[in-house]
Write a protein that binds this ligand. Structure first.
Ligand SMILES: [Zn+2]
Length: 437
């Protein structure tokens, strides 16, 4: 016999898929999620939630890697052209995107917090018929932008959760905070949200990611381990241009400094204590064939299994960048663009989620490694240092292509499974809390 949650899931599924596709069709990258934020607020309005956005939601100065003013202005104009109200945009201007929806039942009970990230990636989405969003007509409307990590689905699951909480409002106790976080990609948004205090008194923090592991959908990992700490750095070399035929000796070559740094960065020695990574993702240099390049810009990231290992990679990277600048007599400017720390989820969620979902058709596995970086770790750390319990689940799905690939996609049943797990876990924790009192 179907229980109440199962019935809710049947009702919500078409809505969940519709919302996911709507978001997929209109991807916005980190700190430019203006339309996304507005549309989420519209969906949440009138359901009993108090909504917070703009600088009421995140601390401006704690954001990392905010795009330049020019770009944000363009994006704001795009959002206005799309039709979002000016007064709403005013509150978000300058990259203050994302929102919190808070439902306070006024009855004593636990404090739940949930996080869903909402940003897309600067990737041109595949348009061949083998790609489901292209075939089924919900491919990205914005050229060069794509939801290639599944955050479209995360936003939809967040809305689904809000629907459930609104529907069950009369039976709930405690407080429910749903965080729709901007700019997860590059580890840029979470810290600014945490700084606002949303997680300071959370008893339970639930979050998760769709995909990651190519397993049948309906498989959900109750917790995650092995978040890699990561640092994102931009390095700018400044030299001096000169005519390469007439007076090459007058130039100071920024391109050579950057090229040399690239080779040496990839040669940083591995560490005995665990996994490390380094990647020079982009390198742009020079202005013309017969000109000594006076400028080079590199986008670099390092990762490590622990904060210490990432620190080791970063220290070595900075040393190599400085040495390369010195070698070619050019100036170096370093900009820190984003950061994720390593953290562990509470592994006891394995047992909690398993009990919570025992009566369902979900296939709960205790935990899966993530092997990637996620700035949710800032949230997990804050909750745990304050005595709360935190987890990051994985809503697995068969994956036709990896994350951040132009053909990335997942089965929408993975979203249903994720939402059901979050609801059942919440319901279970609430009942456990009741019997304790
Ligand atoms: Zn992601």
């Amino acid at each position: 016999m179907a229980d109440a949650i199962e019935r809710f899931m049947e009702e919500i599924e078409p809505h969940l898929i519709k919302q996911r596709r709507k978001r997929h069709q209109y991807p916005e990258i980190g700190f430019a999620e203006y339309v996304t934020t507005y549309e989420l607020s519209e969906q949440l309005a009138g359901k009993g939630f108090e909504l917070f956005y703009g600088t009421d939601f995140l601390t401006s100065d704690e954001r990392m890697g905010v795009p330049d003013v020019q770009f944000l202005k363009q994006q704001e104009q795009r959002a206005l052209d799309y039709g979002i109200p000016l007064d709403f945009l005013e509150r978000m201007k300058g990259g203050h995107t994302g929102l919190a929806a808070v439902l306070d039942t006024g009855k004593p009970g636990p404090n739940f917090a949930y996080r869903f990230d909402i940003d897309a990636l600067p990737i041109e989405e595949d348009d061949t018929s083998g790609h489901v969003p292209a075939k089924q007509d919900f491919r990205s409307d914005i050229s060069g932008m794509m939801h290639a990590c599944g955050h479209d689905g995360h936003a939809a699951v967040g809305l689904g959760l809000a629907e459930y909480l609104a529907k069950e409002k009369e039976h709930l106790r405690g407080k429910y905070t749903i965080l729709f976080q901007p700019a997860e990609e590059g580890g840029r948004g979470a810290k600014a949200v945490v700084d606002k205090g949303w997680l300071d008194d959370a008893d339970y923090f639930l979050s998760g990611h769709v995909g990651i592991h190519d397993l049948p959908s309906g498989t959900v990992a109750a917790a995650t381990s092995k978040f890699l700490a990561s640092s994102k750095i931009n390095a700018k070399f400044k030299g001096k241009s000169a005519h390469s035929g007439l007076e090459p000796n007058e130039g100071r070559n920024a391109l050579l400094a950057a090229a040399s740094a690239t080779m040496h960065l990839h040669g940083i020695s591995r560490h005995k204590d665990g996994a490390t990574r380094v990647n020079v993702g982009t390198l742009h240099a020079g202005s013309g064939r017969n000109i000594i390049a006076d400028r080079a810009l590199m986008e670099i990231e390092t990762r490590g299994e622990t904060n210490e290992l990432d620190e080791y990679m970063q220290e070595n990277a900075l040393r190599i960048l400085q040495a390369s600048a010195a070698m070619f007599d050019v100036e170096l400017e370093i900009e820190h663009m984003g950061k994720a720390i390593s953290a562990d989820a509470d592994l006891e969620f394995a047992a909690i989620v398993e009990r919570a979902c025992a009566a369902s058709k979900l296939n709960i596995v205790p935990y899966l490694p993530i092997g990637a970086s996620e700035d949710v770790t800032y949230m997990i750390e804050r909750v745990r240092e304050r005595g709360g319990k935190a987890t990051f689940m994985i809503f697995a799905s068969p994956l036709p292509a990896g994350h951040h690939h132009p053909r990335f996609d997942y089965e929408e049943q993975a979203l249903t499974a994720g939402l059901e797990t979050l609801i059942r876990t919440t319901d279970h924790l609430l009942k456990e809390d009741e019997t304790r009192e």
